[in-house]
Write a protein that binds this ligand. Structure first.
Ligand code: AMO
Length: 429
């Protein structure tokens, strides 16, 4: 008999089915015994005999054959009258690390992460990754539908892309190599390679000494790069269109999962675009909040998000015109003011989820910029050479997948949105 997933069970279909899954809950009453069976797609009530549940414990994995019956009182209006239950996966524990059924939020995040395969069995925790999966799916679909091609670029590299010293080193056959902080150079090179429009879903590594609710040392970056743009406004337009597409897709595909998280997804999206310096002035005038030179700190981001929500009724804001001194060497300067770049950040509910911008595409200009910064041109030759052969005006952006998931669901810690998070203290499980 073919196995049926719980989500595919239909009311009024009195037929025999084969189900597989885990024992979620056992209710052994005087007159009747119920087992709640959980599989990857849902939970269903089994009506069993005392004999059938002998030796059965929570989280045993089992195989069940039985008849589908209608029952108004049961979850989803149906239950299974079990004919045969086979235990296919034994359990070996004295006490579960925490309850899966009736899970209490007081289980610390550390414990949840220590027992990750168990915490992921909790339907509400699992839902995070269904939603994350659909964010990724909508990203792929949207960009493919818009003539982008998916690429995969190396994660072991020989030079930094984002500046700073936040790189993990790797012993590469006796040579020093690094883990990529971003596919930045390679996605630009792929525009130069004639692909014009590319995207990548891949890991990025940051050796940042940050132990916060919003930093991971290994995160998934949704990267985009586009050739023949006019300026950075084209990039913000496309990111905004993607977000509209993503929210629609999530509403269509994750109804049940979203319900578990009491979160509102916008029906319409018109994201204000505000120059960074203006945002800093508003923060000072409205909240007496001083900002660091050329940036807004985390508290400022949260306050500014509050301001934007009140004024524009929007959870997002593009901060534009970041100072040249604060952006990596590849950022394109504004024609009328070399002090600022054609770049932006996207803040979502007070957290930066994207950085993007137009890049320098002229060989001489880029070379001059790198020399000015004292960079070793030899180490960047593979990148710089691309610009000798008719590199078009281009730009792109990157969205942190765990960060956008965290913000969609209002999770309090980014680690909740990573299956097996890597942070300063944790490299297992
Ligand atoms: P940036 O360094 O701002 O830009 O990173 C882009 C986005 O990636 C996410 N992110 C992180 N998420 C979790 N933990 C971290 N430690 C972390 N660091 C970054 C954030 C951030 O907005 N090359 C540029 C992008 C571009 O211009 O195309 C870059 O990597 O969501």
């Amino acid at each position: 008999m073919k196995r049926t997933f719980i989500k595919d069970l239909k009311v009024c279909e009195e037929e025999k089915v084969l189900l597989r899954g885990w024992v979620h809950k056992i209710r052994d009453l005087a007159s009747v015994t119920f087992v709640m069976l959980r599989d990857k797609s849902g939970i269903i009530q089994l009506v069993c005999t005392k004999e059938q549940i002998k030796g059965l414990r929570l989280e045993n994995s089992i195989e069940v054959t039985g008849m589908v019956r209608e029952n108004e009182k049961a979850l989803g209006g149906i239950e299974i009258e079990a004919e045969k239950i086979d235990m296919v996966g034994k359990v070996y524990y004295d006490k579960l690390p925490f309850e899966i059924q009736g899970y209490k939020t007081k289980v610390s995040l550390e414990t949840q992460l220590d027992y990750r395969t168990m915490s992921l069995r909790i339907p509400k925790k699992k839902a995070i990754f269904k939603i994350q999966n659909e964010i990724e799916e909508s990203f792929r679909r949207f960009f493919k539908e818009n003539d982008f091609e998916e690429i995969h670029t190396p994660k072991i590299i020989n030079s930094g892309t984002e500046g700073g010293s936040e790189m993990f080193t790797v012993d590469y056959f006796g040579r020093r190599a690094f883990l990529a902080q971003s596919p930045q150079f390679y996605k630009q090179m792929m525009v130069g390679a004639g692909f014009e429009r590319v995207f990548e879903v891949g890991y990025a590594y940051r050796a940042e000494l940050h132990n916060t609710y919003r930093h991971l040392n290994e995160y998934i970056s949704l990267d985009v790069e586009i050739g023949f743009i006019k300026d950075e406004k084209d990039l913000m337009d496309i990111e905004e269109n993607f977000l509209r597409y993503m929210f629609k897709h999530l509403k269509e595909t994750c109804k049940e999962e979203l319900k578990l998280y009491d979160t509102e997804l916008p029906d319409e999206l018109n994201i204000p675009r505000i120059p960074l310096s203006e945002a800093q002035e508003i923060l000072l005038a409205e909240y007496g909040k001083k900002s660091p030179v050329g940036n807004i700190d985390n508290e400022g981001e949260l306050l500014f998000a509050q301001y934007v929500k009140e004024k524009y009724n929007c959870d997002f804001v593009f901060l534009t015109e970041y100072p040249t001194a604060k952006r990596p060497m590849y950022a394109m300067e504004c024609e009328d003011n070399p002090e600022i770049t054609k770049s932006f950040d996207l803040i979502y509910k007070g957290l930066e989820i994207t950085t993007g911008g137009q890049r320098i595409h002229d060989y001489e200009m880029l070379k001059g910029k790198m020399e000015g910064l004292g960079l070793d041109l030899e180490a960047f030759k593979f990148y710089l050479d691309t610009f000798k052969y008719g590199m078009p005006p281009h730009g792109g952006f990157a969205i942190g997948l765990e960060r956008i998931t965290k913000q969609v669901l209002d999770l309090s810690n980014i680690r909740e949105a990573a299956l097996f998070p890597r942070d300063m203290k944790r490299i297992e499980p």
